[in-house]
Design a binder for this molecule. Structure first.
Ligand SMILES: Nc1nc2ncc(COP(=O)(O)OP(=O)(O)O)nc2c(=O)[nH]1
Length: 292
């Protein structure tokens, strides 16, 4: 896949990389492993802050069957310490340079165009923008580099428990707002086949609404784009499995259900378990073709 990508990026035609490459999500649900190179991410903050630890973790993810590694240098958690462009670049570029030779695509989770540009220059393949391309500079960069971009739905106000949005129909409302996002991307010269939509699980949504977004994930295909869900270890599970407080097993169950309902990419922390969940969901639908 990486050769294919390089060919289309550097090949004679210098053609459209994203629209001509057979991405992992076109063959079933792809697994995106979260690699936060931050001291304060909500679930794994500090665990891979050291570049060597991060590279080791990336190798483990690849060995476990991950399709994409999502590298983040700034937490999106409400109240997280803002990070300068320089600091975010310092955090992620050494890791990106070390992992882009591994057998997985690499995405960069950033809201800053300057960081995204440095990441693409360091070999990243995909931009993951939780603001949904709010920044015109980011739209210009993504169009110019012709790379896939994840556009996540969020709310305009800061994402914290006090900002609860009143949705009539959370799925219909989020699809309507993501439609605007996709049209804005297209008007900036980003072809729709490069856009991956994401309902923004937990970003300004109540727990019940986050579960509904997962349950009705297939409806997001009305936008004509692959659909990514980022449900891993999020607070909604705390209301389901109250006793243990453990969110890992609940995440894996949700991954299997979301994959079965049509999610194209699942963004998760625990790769082996969630790769297994995706494979089970796929096999249950295709046992006749896959198993003796
Ligand atoms: N596309 C997309 N990107 C995301 N980035 C961060 C988080 C928050 O999770 P995490 O990266 O684990 O935490 P933090 O932002 O604190 O690093 N969630 C999403 C998501 O749901 N979708």
């Amino acid at each position: 896949l990486r050769t294919q990508l390089d060919l289309y990026v550097d090949g004679p035609s210098g053609g459209h990389a994203a629209s001509s490459v057979d991405y992992p999500w076109s063959q079933g649900t792809a697994v995106m492993g979260i690699l936060n190179v931050t001291p304060d991410s909500f679930h794994d903050g500090g665990e891979h802050h050291d570049p060597d630890d991060a590279v080791e973790r990336a190798r483990e993810m690849v060995a476990a069957g991950v399709d994409i590694i999502d590298v983040g240098g700034e937490s999106t958690r409400p109240g997280a310490e803002p990070v300068s462009v320089e600091e975010e670049i310092d955090r992620i570029v050494p890791v990106l340079e070390a992992i882009t030779s591994l057998d997985a695509l690499v995405s960069v989770d950033t809201r800053k165009a300057a960081v995204a540009e440095a990441a693409l220059d360091a070999g990243a393949d995909i931009i993951n923008d939780v603001t949904g391309l709010d920044d015109p500079e980011m739209r210009f960069l993504v169009a110019e580099r012709d790379v896939p971009v994840v556009v996540m739905h969020s709310i305009d106000a800061p994402v914290d428990p006090d900002n609860v949005v009143e949705y009539d129909d959370v799925v219909g409302d989020v699809i309507a707002e993501l439609t605007e996002t996709v049209l804005r991307a297209e008007s900036a010269g980003i072809p729709r086949e490069n856009v991956i939509v994401d309902p923004g699980i937990g970003f300004g949504k109540r727990a019940a609404e986050s579960f509904e977004l997962l349950d009705r994930v297939d409806e997001f295909h009305a936008l004509g784009c692959p659909v990514l869900v980022g449900h891993s270890h999020k607070s909604m599970y705390g209301l389901v499995d109250r006793d243990s407080g453990e969110r890992g097993p609940a995440t894996v169950a949700a991954t299997a259900l979301a994959a079965d309902r049509g999610a194209d990419i699942v963004r998760v922390h625990d790769v082996p378990e969630n790769v297994a969940a995706v494979r089970v969901a796929h096999t249950m639908r295709n046992a006749g073709d896959e198993l003796p």
